[in-house]
Design a protein around this ligand. Sequence first.
Ligand code: PRP
Ligand code: URA
Length: 209
Amino acid sequence: MSKVYVFDHPLIQHKLSILRDSETSVKEFRELVGEIAQLMCYEATRDLPLEDVEVQTPMGIARCKRISGKKLAVVPILRAGLGMVDGMVAMMPNVKVGHIGLYRDPETLEPVKYYFKMPADISERDVIVVDPMLATGGSASAAVKFLKETGARSIKLMCIIGAPEGVKVMQEAHPDVDIYVAAMDEHLNEIGYIVPGLGDAGDRIFGTK
Ligand code: PRP
Ligand code: URA
């Protein structure tokens, strides 16, 4: 069974409270999604393997640690996941980025794929899938299924807000994929929105409503 990490860091919780606020502007919403992703990235990469190195400082030799050749990729689920990419890249400037375009059919809530472009060597990479919302889990579990078909080595899912329904779907479909969220909310409403959530993440990032 996969693990679910809920980040209780005060900076993340503070920013999330502003993000949820329906009065928050598009500009601020966008900035906060990026900042929260950056802080979450810091925590979600805690298990990256390190190797010992010796560095010549102006004063002598320092025994240090460096990340040991880990090949990572960040994969946003379009559209809303795009809002998290800059924050991840700020922490990992050389990371490769793949894109999965999915939207939820408003009638069935089933994910519909419209774009899929991965780094050529995705099968040699560990992947962090990013999407602000894990609601029914349909989009995230479909994205992970498509990624597994490419042979991606190991996959993590990083979302800002999760719902219990989405976590259950993910854990049943992909027990090998750990889930990182800034908050676990109460439930979904009758049209699949997270309550209390923050509304439609894509519309709030891109100002489309
Ligand atoms: C939102 C969100 C997730 C999905 C979550 O995307 O960004 O991808 O819904 O819902 P689920 O867990 O029930 O699948 P949406 O389909 O609204 O598309 P958008 O990002 O293009 O707005
Ligand atoms: N997608 C969103 O953007 N928000 C929700 O609450 C659920 C799915």
